[in-house]
Write a protein that binds this ligand. Structure first.
Ligand code: SF4
Length: 456
């Protein structure tokens, strides 16, 4: 491997086939390496942000709030309070004398003005340093206003982005169990880990409804506080993007005995498997209930209909893209598995794959499904990514907002699979959108005017 790599980061990169699998991950980013990772606060903000009828107040300097304002598309079918970014705008005097009074005033004013169903108060770095008692202020305001006011302990310096996911899960867990469970069917589930960036949750909900399964809560895309409060009444948690909400599923399993299934909605194979897994779960739970058989029948019919429709439509893209090379760098590694399979479906080769928050188990699984020579990288930085993309002669890079300029500067096509996406890439319909988008980016005539930077 001729790529630029700091010595201290060598054990966070593995090339399949060069030596037995070994990769160090889930540790703090190396100082000075300019990690692509976001801070703890940002990690919690992206998970909770799509809860559309909640107030999201960032307790800290204005910069933290601006940096995460409208950070995800996160579409809502109703209220859009989540799209407003509120901050206590802590300044020098607040740092010296404390920001609790300001926080209390801000909460009372915002709750009176916007009538949210709950409020999340995010702690930023400076709040962790000056030691404002978020818990006490939130408790006080909750008693005064009658709505849940929940502190999110997400001080930016507290660890890596994964700690932010944990803080978000802990905050949501305080809501769960506080609502009534009347009207919830035995054949029901919660959708965890989809953020409805471009309407995906609506597609997936429709599949579940066609199967005859009730969706109790979306956690968190197009999320509602009331649904989350009664989420413990569902029969099953179905967890996508496991890095961000698997912890919540584990907490619900411990407290309420709710089982969880890890799924992915990307690519035909994983989408179909997700639906079959759920149908199998209910059959196993209720082997003698004819409704479980009917769910399985409806699932088969749904998958067959979708696949029959989709495969011929994918064919022209597969022919045009066969043999092209792709690189993937995403937040959670579970999404990367599906992307590897989705590229395979259109005959493209994945030559680099990495994530911000993968675990050793995730990377092992990635190693198992990739081709020899594929670079697998944890917590990369722009210099490394730049270097891998050039070395591997990549035609398209799939990533998020911070990866886009890296691709364009090198004259490489880019597919946004994260915050800024406007096309749904999940579900059966999403696979076709994905192929179309990859095709338009890779084959765009614009690359004639932006010569590809070669390795060296
Ligand atoms: S690292 Fe700290 S100061 Fe920077 S955005 Fe995150 S919480 Fe705010």
């Amino acid at each position: 491997m001729g790529a630029v790599l700091l010595k201290e980061r060598e054990n966070q990169v593995h090339v399949k086939g060069e030596k037995p699998f070994s990769l160090v991950c889930n540790k703090d980013s190396l100082a000075g390496a300019v990690s692509q990772r976001a801070c703890v606060f940002c990690g919690s903000r992206v998970v909770l942000y799509p809860i559309a009828d909640a107030l999201h107040l960032v307790h800290g300097p204005i910069g933290c709030a601006v940096y995460t304002w409208d950070i995800r598309g996160a579409l809502s079918s109703g209220p859009e309070l989540h799209r407003l970014s509120f901050s206590t705008d802590l300044q020098e005097m607040d740092v010296i004398f404390g920001g609790e009074k300001k926080l209390r005033r801000a909460l009372l004013e915002l709750i009176a003005r916007h009538s949210p169903k709950a409020a999340f108060v995010y702690s930023t770095c400076i709040v962790g340093i000056i030691g404002d008692d978020l818990e006490a202020v939130c408790k006080d305001v909750a008693a005064e206003t009658g709505i849940p006011v929940i502190p999110v302990q997400s001080e930016g310096f507290k660890g890596n982005k994964r700690a932010g996911y944990q803080a978000a899960c802990e905050a949501m867990f305080r809501l769960i169990g506080t609502g009534g469970t009347e009207g919830i069917s035995r054949f029901s589930l919660n959708i965890l880990g989809d953020f409805n960036l471009a309407g995906e949750i609506w597609m997936v909900r429709e599949y579940y409804e066609r199967m005859g399964i009730q969706v109790v809560a979306n956690i968190t895309g197009d999320g509602r506080v009331g649904d989350i409060c009664r989420a413990h009444g569902a029969a099953l948690n179905v967890v996508q993007c496991s890095g961000s909400t698997m912890q919540l599923a584990k907490m619900m399993e411990d407290k309420y005995g709710m089982p969880a299934l890890r799924v992915s909605y990307f690519g035909i194979e994983d989408m179909s498997e997700a639906l079959y897994d759920i149908a199998r779960f209910f059959k196993k739970q209720y082997p003698d209930d004819p409704e479980a058989d009917r769910i399985m029948e409806r699932t088969k019919a749904l998958v067959q209909e979708k696949v029959r429709d989709l495969v011929p439509k994918l064919e022209p893209y597969r022919k045009a893209l066969a043999g092209k090379k792709a690189a993937i760098y995403v937040g959670g590694s579970f999404k990367a598995f599906s992307l590897v399979k989705a590229f395979r479906l259109i005959d493209m080769q994945v030559v680099m794959v990495g994530s911000q928050t993968g675990t050793e188990e995730d990377y092992r699984e990635l190693e198992a499904i990739t081709d020899p020579g594929t670079v697998i990288v944890d917590d990369a930085n722009p210099l490394e990514l730049n270097s891998f993309l050039k070395e591997k002669g990549v035609d398209i890079f799939v990533g998020g907002v911070k990866e886009r300029p890296i691709a364009y500067k090198l004259g490489i096509g880019f597919c946004d699979h994260n915050h800024e996406r406007k096309e749904a890439l999940a579900g059966f319909e999403g696979m076709l959108n994905f192929a179309k988008e990859v095709y338009s980016s890779v084959m765009s005539p614009v690359w004639r005017f932006v010569p590809r930077k070669e390795a060296g």
